[in-house]
Design a protein around this ligand. Structure first.
Ligand SMILES: NC(=O)c1ccc[n+]([C@@H]2O[C@H](COP(=O)([O-])OP(=O)(O)OC[C@H]3O[C@@H](n4cnc5c(N)ncnc54)[C@H](OP(=O)(O)O)[C@@H]3O)[C@@H](O)[C@H]2O)c1
Length: 264
């Protein structure tokens, strides 16, 4: 059985360790968490009974897979005096395969764009693998990514900029809309109930879409009767150009993802 080092025990790294153990992709004995922060490591060690290391070089010799979950700006210092030929999976935003190859020394790179719902096992990850990643390694990559949600492989690395703009940043779009709806609910006098009514509406709508598998347009139609309340609200969104606004916003996110990947 493979062993994995999760490098960076922060928000995402800790969530990934939790998913790997919960879904039994690896046993605790097969997981090493690596971080410069001993306090974060001792929390993980206590909670999941995994092994820990302070140095990526020490961990790398003991595993088959290295999963990088540090901030992109920490990558260069992390990889100083480090080189490996192991499979490297990176979740670093905007860090291209070419750069990961150059800094880690490995030709076997999988670049992943996950999102924060991964923390509750409901993420979605887009990923791209360098051509040196073998078929059996891709099977393991899918198992790892599916431990915290859904996944899809993209043959063209550039598609990860689009994935970033849709699902990477996407949770924030929903939170922004929820925030606006909560403010509107307060103005209508819902007071302390506002957040619960908005939150449960989002949760219920998402669950309905997920379980029913009905297309979004049809689900919207199902709540909208002619001349009714929903139609009145949707007409306001339509007049304000909601579809165009979303298109422009996601294009801005995609452009920024491209700029960041080009070091701007
Ligand atoms: N959070 C998101 O929404 C999200 C979504 C998709 C992708 N990502 C990507 O996920 C990655 C991790 O994000 P995060 O929010 O989990 O970051 P985070 O909470 O800051 O975690 C990064 C961890 O890495 C540690 N670290 C820094 N330098 C290190 C080194 N040289 N060796 C070992 N550990 C080191 C940090 O320690 P210190 O705190 O002591 O510096 C920290 O514990 C980022 O690259 C981000 O682009 C994040």
């Amino acid at each position: 059985m493979s062993k994995i080092a999760v490098v960076g025990a922060g928000v995402m790294g800790s969530a990934i360790v939790a998913s790997l153990i919960r879904e039994k992709i690896f046993t605790p004995a097969e997981v090493i968490a690596v971080d410069v922060n001993c306090r974060k490591l001792s929390v993980l060690k206590k909670k999941f009974k995994i092994k820990t290391e302070n140095s990526i070089s020490d961990a790398a010799t003991k595993v088959d897979v290295i999963l990088l979950a540090v901030k992109p700006q920490s990558l260069e210092s992390l990889c100083e005096n480090f080189s490996t030929d192991k499979l490297v999976i990176s979740i670093l935003a905007g860090t291209r395969v070419a750069k990961l190859k150059q800094l880690t020394g490995s030709a076997k790179i999988v670049r992943v764009m996950p999102n924060t719902p991964a923390a509750v096992g409901c993420g979605i990850s887009g990923w791209h693998a360098s051509r040196q990643v073998a078929k059996n390694e891709k099977v393991l990559v899918r198992q790892i990514l599916e431990s915290f949600g859904e996944q899809a492989e993209f043959k063209n690395e550039k598609m990860l900029d689009a994935v970033t703009a849709i699902s990477g940043s996407g949770p924030a779009y929903f939170f922004a809309f929820a925030e606006a709806l909560e403010k509107a609910a307060r103005k209508m006098g819902l007071g302390k109930n506002a957040a619960a009514f908005v939150g449960q509406t989002f949760f219920g709508a998402a669950k309905l879409a997920d379980i029913s598998e009905i297309p979004f347009a049809k689900l919207r139609e199902n709540v909208t009767s002619k001349g009714g309340t929903t139609a009145a609200a949707l007409a306001v969104f339509e007049k304000a150009g909601l579809t165009k606004i979303v298109e422009h916003a996601t294009l801005a996110a995609k452009k920024r993802a491209e700029e960041l990947a080009n070091g701007k």
